[in-house]
Design a protein around this ligand. Structure first.
Ligand SMILES: [Zn+2]
Length: 344
């Protein structure tokens, strides 16, 4: 299977893709009432990126992982007894490729499933050319192919656009979409009616449980501090007494603690980069400064022997730095043009 949209310079992306999950036993575990996590083994790593199956009259998965996770996700769904014609809904928190790059392949495999995504993301699932181009500028063609594999389109007729407050009826339970910008403009958080659990996407950053740290996720082109903080507070309000389900990775019960930490770290990382930009334009210097901050965060928050390199696939400091630089550049342009427009 080769996609006309995959990068022509990349060598056999699908063979790369298969190498990650070949021979890996599917890993599934319960996280809330009628919700089961499936490890997508994204980037060949365990316990870093999840898809979730919701048990209901019309079963749904939240997130598909990239095409490189196809076998792990389908293997997990099969282990959970999900037949080809049974899966009724596929819901993405956002269209970044680690979350939804494999949606075309999953939609093909489960032909009855309706695909739900933020209204700003819908067109990109039907025609992923711009999404691929944008991710390629961030990752480069080789890492694009090896990390994510081919990105195939979803038939437009199967896609439903989500707006804030929309509800997806699953039969016996439902998912309510919350507009959740900050990490990306095309992100929704999802509230499960039965358990109260909230799927956070990347709104609170990433929280790999085996290293117990929380790292902001601030990629270009959309990252915006004010939207991120507002989204974190909305999620906090919705999730009181319930569980947060991170795409990276798994359930977190201490809602206030993790929301406080996320909000503090998004602010701090953004301020540190803003200050650095007063002194230098050099991205390498800015990356080095942010790396120091990330190391401090890890030392204060984590168990011993943390290997920061392991986080680079999910949340590269360079990509985060690029996103924050872009945020400040846009913000200063905005403020500059406002000042310039004022009568003297
Ligand atoms: Zn992500």
């Amino acid at each position: 299977m080769s996609s006309p949209l995959s990068d022509p310079n990349a060598s056999t992306p699908h063979r790369h893709a298969r190498a990650y999950t070949r021979g890996v036993e599917p890993v599934v575990f319960d996280v809330a009432d009628g919700i089961t996590a499936i490890d997508t083994f994204f980037g060949g790593r365990e316990r870093y990126t999840a898809a979730y199956l919701l048990d209901a009259g019309e079963p749904a998965i939240v997130e598909t992982g990239p095409a490189t996770s196809f076998e792990a996700v389908v293997g997990g769904l099969e282990r959970l007894g999900m037949g080809r014609s049974e899966l009724a809904h596929v819901v993405l928190t956002h269209i970044h490729l680690d979350h939804g790059g494999g949606v075309g392949a999953i939609a093909e495999r489960f032909p009855s499933a309706t695909v739900w995504v933020h209204e700003r993301g819908a067109a990109h699932l039907a025609d992923p050319a711009r999404l691929i181009a944008s991710a390629t500028t961030v990752y480069g063609p080789e890492r694009m192919a090896s990390l994510f594999g081919p990105v195939t389109p979803v038939a437009a007729g199967r896609i439903r656009a989500l707006r804030d407050g929309d509800t997806i009826e699953l039969g016996g339970r439902s998912l309510r979409a919350l507009d959740a910008p900050g990490h990306a403009k095309h992100q929704v958080a999802l509230v499960d009616s039965r358990s109260g659990a909230v799927f956070t996407g990347d709104a609170l950053g990433i929280h790999p449980p085996d290293v117990a740290i929380l790292r902001p996720a601030t990629p270009p082109p959309d990252y915006d501090l004010e939207s991120s903080i507002a989204t974190i507070e909305r999620i906090r309000e919705q999730a009181r007494g319930a569980t947060l389900l991170f795409s990276h990775f798994g359930p977190v019960a201490e809602v206030d603690r993790i929301c406080d930490l996320a909000s503090e770290r998004f602010r701090r990382w953004t301020e540190v980069v803003g200050e650095a930009m007063q002194r230098t334009q050099d991205l390498e210097e800015i990356v080095a400064i942010l790396e120091d901050v990330a190391r401090e965060d890890a030392e204060t928050g984590a168990e011993a022997a943390l290997d920061l390199q392991r986080l680079e696939t999910l949340s590269s400091i360079r990509v985060n730095a690029m996103g924050i630089v872009r945020y400040w550049t846009k913000r200063r342009e905005r403020e500059g043009s406002r000042e310039a427009g004022q009568p003297s």
